[in-house]
Write a protein that binds this ligand. Structure first.
Ligand code: NDP
Ligand code: MG
Length: 389
């Protein structure tokens, strides 16, 4: 039986992962070693009752108190704070699935790799901010690291054949375009958090849903792909594909294009990450090309959605620029969700933070943390002063 640690088990990806584990059942049994959350102790307790992990961790220390005694009576070791989450990541499970949201996930990815676990990575921010550190660990023989997100999973699936990999010319990364495709100017400035959270094709956590609406999500994925598949940024072409059926394509040197298709349902790529490198039958919805209708593709509108352009700039600048971009974006998304800034100010805040950033080498965790801290402070100050106006 394989052992599994699930970081971020109470989130959208975390909950769907447990659904996939249940559906795989005896065909691919997992022993859950640890579950972690930010502050949602009630759901964590429910999950612990069912899966009986050795350990649970809550990043928010005060969240644990109401559930600690019941967890202890179940024989579960309760840890708290970021260190507690890292302890779970370090348990040495066969597979650590990292579904934490944001920069908070980076150290857990590094800790799990260092402990010798295979990492199934949903937390793209790990690679955006700390790509060099993660890749160094993989080059030292740790891992492997298997992407969970549908687009990098699609590319991995297209490239499984080694011959395809050596013949790779470029990657065509698809984006749904989010709920505001076609809007610009004042109409875009006035969109509300509730509208941003109503994604047309995917049901996800709030941060990534806003990232999808600004196209920053595609920018973060572009950076993720550069590290995962060792690409040059110009080898990634982003196209808008509102149906979210083609999860990405790879173009080979002879002009052949391989694509991976499926209905937009994260349980399919999550299952692939859990069964990798094998495949097992699944109960998840099937793609019917006739019922789904035409598949369409468009150029992204970089003028109305500058976040994608900013992510391209950050990855070209390199060093700590992507970490600064990521941190400024996390602050800006939070400020937008709290209605402190308008939607279009997200890009403005990120751009201004990036403009002020003096990148340094991103080859140490300390440098990446420093850039992250600096960019958060800078972006928060910009929010407070209303400099985005
Ligand atoms: P959610 O917000 O739904 O879940 C995030 C999880 O992380 C929750 O378990 C949350 O706990 C936990 N968490 C929050 N803050 C911290 C912290 N500081 N330390 C430790 N744990 C924390 O996000 P998603 O599941 O949507 O996304 C997770 C990651 O997967 C993101 O990086 C996202 O970009 C990526 N991803 C998501 C997809 C999706 O379909 N949802 C698709 C592809 C990628 P709590 O519940 O207590 O707040
Ligand atoms: Mg994606």
């Amino acid at each position: 039986m394989r052992t599994l640690t699930l970081l971020g088990s109470t989130g959208s990806i975390g909950r769907q992962t447990l659904e996939v584990v249940d559906a795989l059942g005896e065909r691919l049994p997992f022993r859950v070693l640890a579950l972690t959350a930010g502050s949602n102790a009630d759901l964590l307790l429910k999950q612990a009752r069912k899966h009986r992990p050795l350990m649970v961790a809550l990043a928010e220390p005060s969240a644990a108190a109401p559930v600690a005694s019941e967890l202890c009576s179940l024989g579960v070791d309760v840890k708290t704070g970021p260190e507690g989450v890292l302890a779970a990541a370090r348990l040495g499970a066969d597979l650590v699935l990292n579904a934490i949201v944001g920069f908070a996930g980076l150290e857990a990815t590094l800790a799990a790799l260092a402990a010798g676990s295979t990492v199934a990575l949903a937390n793209k921010e790990s690679l955006v901010a700390g790509g060099e550190l993660v890749v160094r660990s993989l080059d030292a023989g740790k891992g492997p690291l298997v992407p969970v997100d549908s687009e990098p999973s699609a590319i991995l699936q297209c490239l499984r054949d080694a011959a395809a990999r050596s013949g790779l010319a470029r990657v065509i990364l698809t984006a749904s375009g989010g709920p505001f495709r076609g809007l610009h100017g004042e109409a875009l400035r006035r969109v509300t958090p509730a509208q941003a959270l109503a994604h047309p094709t995917w049901r996800m956590g709030s941060k990534i849903t806003v990232d999808s609406a600004t196209l920053m999500n595609k920018g973060l994925e572009l950076i993720e792909l550069v590290w995962l598949f060792r690409l040059r940024p110009e080898q990634v072409r982003v196209v808008i594909h509102p149906e979210s059926v083609v999860h990405s394509m790879v173009e080979l040197v002879d002009g052949s294009v391989l694509a991976q298709l499926g209905v937009p349902d994260m349980r399919i790529p999550i299952q692939y990450a859990l069964t990798y490198p094998e495949r097992l039958p699944s109960p998840w919805p099937r793609y019917d090309p006739v019922a789904r209708g035409p598949l369409t593709f468009f150029e992204p509108d970089l003028e109305s959605f500058p976040c994608l352009r900013l992510a391209c700039e950050a990855v070209r600048i390199g060093n700590t620029a992507p970490a600064a971009l990521n941190a400024a974006n996390e602050v800006a998304v939070e400020a937008f969700l709290k209605e402190q800034i308008p939607f279009t100010a997200i890009a403005g805040l990120v751009e201004e933070t990036l403009r002020r950033h003096e990148p340094e080498s991103a080859s140490s965790l300390e440098a990446v943390r420093r850039a992250d801290r600096w960019a958060r402070q800078t972006a928060r100050r910009l929010v407070e002063r209303g400099t985005w106006r």
